[in-house]
Design a protein around this ligand. Sequence first.
Ligand code: MN
Length: 139
Amino acid sequence: MSVTTLERKPEKDEELLRRFVVQEHHATNLHWDFRLEMDGVLKSWAVPKEPPTRSGLRRLAVQVEDHQLDYFDFEGVIPEGEYGAGTVKIWDRGTYSLESRKPEKMVFELRGGKMKGRYVLLHFTDKPENWLLFKTKTG
Ligand code: MN
């Protein structure tokens, strides 16, 4: 038996370790772009206040359009006249594992430099783009 036959792909989505990134974006309004590698793209939320690094803080997270995976490492200046013009720098990055994913709630474990522990994205209104991002008390 060759070694390669022992390699198996994880069967469940949840078992895969994926990347996340938070980009601090000095656009017209300062915000933080929280992005999760998911479904072959970067699922993205714009957070108008600094993302929570401890429990007890809830942040509005407005879902914006998916970004391509190669945007993950982007830092630099988006030129005047282009969408999102301004400076982008990476505020945090790391990996995460998905604990659960439902249309109204996602739970995941972040392993970043600043964001560490169990987090929730909660779809709290009828507005499809509005979510709440917070760190849970446990973990
Ligand atoms: Mn942005």
